[in-house]
Design a protein around this ligand. Sequence first.
Ligand SMILES: Cc1ncc(COP(=O)(O)O)c(C=O)c1O
Length: 403
Amino acid sequence: MQTVAHSLFEEVAALDQQYVLPVYRRLPVLLVRGHGARLYDEQGNAYLDFLAGIAVCGVGHCHPHLVQRIAEQAATLMHVSNFFYTEPQARLAQRLCELSGMQKVFFCNSGAEANEMAIKVARKFANTIKRTPDYEIVALEGSFHGRTMGALSATMQVKYQEPFKPLLPGFRMVPRNDVHALREAFSERTAAVILEPIQGEGGIHPIDEAYLREARQLCDRYNALLIADEVQTGFGRTGAWFAYQHAGVLPDVVALAKGLGGGFPVGACLMRGVAAEVLQAGEHGTTYGGNPLACSAALAVIEIIEREGLLANAQRVGNYLKHKLEQLQQAGAPIREVRGRGLMLGVELSLPVARTVVQKALERRLILNAIGDYVLRLVPPLVITERDADEAVEILQRVLQEV
Ligand SMILES: Cc1ncc(COP(=O)(O)O)c(C=O)c1O
């Protein structure tokens, strides 16, 4: 049946509902433009964006330098395949290794793909170097590594896994932050541990630095690979390039995406040591991985983060925001806990109203995200100021008084 559209919003919403697979729950807003930490709907209303495209747009929306680099590269060379050398890919690989302490880079297009690569490295490492075909990859309860079948098999949350069973074998779940259980889980069969330094989709649960260090030591003792999934925590989000750097721990494999391209889809799997020697020519690849356009975008993101001091900004404004949220809690707001680091914060509410809070905040032009019924996720662009933080907390305060 043909629908009669009354406004652009209604027209787009009707088309979306008719033709787009409904795997996403939409909020009732049509976004048409972005600038810095603000998004605009088709009527020109401005929204303060504390979601940043799910921890993606770290340098803010439409940063002029990022836009310029993408436009120039698009007008020069977009894509040629990995049969050829291209300068942006080589230069980006160098920069990523310098920033991370890794030695080799595989480029892909998303976080799930970066983790697929990490899992393939661990599997081949177990089969051919460790020679333990009955290997196990240890993953943490509450983790999220993506929705492709390998990454999903490492994602230890029933709601994501259940409909898609059987999963890939060889994963073993441990409770997060339980050092004793981690030690118990390790054996000669352990090929790798995969973890997020702060669990994102699981509800913003930081992994203790002592736990990360123990994981590193156990991997050294049992000849296993430490895989850090920095898809959400990486690229400045926590106030360092990579969250593992806070703990002084160096993984063997690092999965990256989200903030890396600042909004342009690009992922990467970084490796060092034996992990960087596992795969041979022809054993993995992807058509778009590391194309000149994606790599130029990521190079521009690095330049912006460095020039504008965004790591320090994420740390400073993140601390400020966390403090403000804790003050809200102390003043009696229904907040159980404020968790996280830098500009990756979770507010656990004491009432199951997170989704209502998101909707009411949206009506007041603040974009937030709910993880389940209790947790609000705050992952704004790294460019926000203390004034933006004040504005967001004021709106949140009013909304929490209403619910
Ligand atoms: C830690 C982590 N790993 C992997 C993924 C999957 O990334 P993508 O959605 O780009 O496949 C996500 C996405 O939220 C994530 O937060």
